[in-house]
Structure formats: structure tokens, C-alpha cells
Design a protein around this ligand. Structure first.
Ligand code: DX5
Ligand code: ZN
Length: 219
């Protein structure tokens, strides 16, 4: 089976002890660390700012995958870049010029990606697929961890997989929301490359075992 990556989302971690929770997933073989940034405007929740990212960067060698659920990513992405982001993902639904922002972020030397909410189609991002490093397909409405996976998003993953393969684009498909071993299997079958998982790891009785199970999926 094709290799896939696991990106634990610290949204479901213990915010009073991020260092410990990050070390746990890092020592268990997580590939990326998914960091959910929310501004209380693009989504009805407020989470992490660049100050937190800067501090946790000192304690982790993981690839920092920063998911900006904010209305004005063009204003704030640089703060997250300076704080240690290795990948910055912003949303297709914001008003910013997506092509310009992708190119600007990539010019800084890190990776750039675009995310689509459940109601946004793959057609909406067709023109930026050749220049984006990652497409993040939301499999829940963004804003909160612990929601149920929307299986009707699977055709979007298949559609993206075909577009990327046929055109030989250098772009990873990341899925985010309601991912557990069962839904992960469905996403991998549809062609996903990166699995974000918050609740199914950090809210598990045994987070180490939960992460190991996600890493050892066979189709
Ligand atoms: C939701 C966030 C997700 C969230 C996923 O808006 O983008 O990254 O942490 O959490 P789970 O895996 O619990 O659905
Ligand atoms: Zn996310």
C-alpha cells in the first residue's frame, strides 16, 4: 500500500500540557503536527495564535502543519511562518487572491496549501491545483473537534486523486475531521495522502495505541 502520513491535531490535546501531548505523538511516530488556528470570525471558535506555535516549536522536531481557519490569512500567515510553520494552509472560501497568497507563502521557503469546506467543490480549486503543495479536504464543518465524518466528501477525494494523477501535479491530499481507523480506511481507499486526527487520538483511553492503530492500517 502507498505510504500515508498521520497528522495529529492538537485541538483535542490538553492545552495546559501541550509539551507532554506533543512528545507523546512525536515518540509514537506521528509525521506532522496539525495546528488549528481559528479567529472567531471565519469559524465560531477561537484557538491558537503564533505565540503558542513559537513556544511549542522549541520542543518538537515534527513538521508543523498550520491550518488557518481565519478570514484574513494574507495579514497573519507571516506571523505563523516566523513562529515555525512548515506548511500553511488557508481556505478557498476567503476573499484573498488565492494564487497570489500561495506564491507568496512558497517564496518564503515553506509549503502552502488550500482547504475546502464541505460545501465547496473541487471545481473551485481546479485552477490552483498546479501550484498548491497540499489540498486539505474538510470532512466536517470547520470549527470544532470531535464531530462525525461526512462520508459524502469521499467523492471529492477520488476526484482530486484523479486530477492530480492525470496531470502529474505535485500535490498531497489531506483529510481533516472525524478521522478514526474506519473512516481513515475509506479516505485512503479514495486516495488521501495525509490523515489529520484529533479526538480519535487525544480523547482515546490509550492515545499511543490509538495512533499506532492509525499508522498500521491495511486496506
Ligand atoms: C476542525 C479542525 C480539525 C479538528 C479535527 O475544524 O480543522 O483539525 O481538530 O478533529 P477531529 O479529528 O476530532 O475531528
Ligand atoms: Zn484542521
Amino acid at each position: 500500500m502507498k505510504k500515508y502520513l498521520i497528522a495529529p491535531s492538537i485541538l483535542s490535546a490538553n492545552f495546559a500540557n501541550l509539551q507532554k501531548d506533543i512528545a507523546l505523538v512525536e515518540n509514537t511516530g506521528a509525521d506532522w503536527l496539525h495546528i488549528d488556528v481559528m479567529d472567531g470570525h471565519f469559524v465560531p471558535n477561537i484557538t491558537i495564535g503564533p505565540g503558542v506555535v513559537k513556544n511549542i516549536k522549541k520542543y518538537s522536531k515534527l513538521f508543523f502543519d498550520v491550518h488557518l481557519m481565519i478570514s484574513e490569512p494574507e495579514k497573519y500567515w507571516e506571523n505563523f511562518y516566523k513562529a515555525g510553520a512548515d506548511l500553511i494552509v488557508f481556505h478557498q472560501e476567503v476573499l484573498t487572491d488565492k494564487k497570489v497568497l500561495l506564491e507568496t507563502i512558497k517564496k518564503s521557503g515553506i509549503k502552502a496549501g488550500v482547504s475546502i469546506k464541505p460545501k465547496t467543490s473541487v471545481e473551485a480549486i481546479k485552477d490552483i491545483l498546479p501550484i498548491t503543495d497540499v489540498v486539505l479536504v474538510m470532512t466536517v464543518e470547520p470549527g470544532f473537534g470531535g464531530q462525525s465524518f461526512m462520508a459524502d466528501m469521499l467523492p471529492k477525494i477520488t476526484q482530486l486523486r484523479n486530477l492530480i494523477d492525470v496531470n502529474k501535479y505535485n500535490c498531497l491530499i489531506e483529510v481533516d475531521g472525524g478521522i478514526n481507523v474506519e473512516t481513515a480506511k475509506q479516505c485512503l481507499k479514495a486516495g488521501a495522502d495525509v490523515l489529520v486526527s484529533g479526538n480519535s487520538i487525544f480523547a482515546a483511553k490509550n492515545p499511543t495505541e490509538a495512533l499506532q492503530n492509525l499508522k498500521n492500517i491495511t486496506l
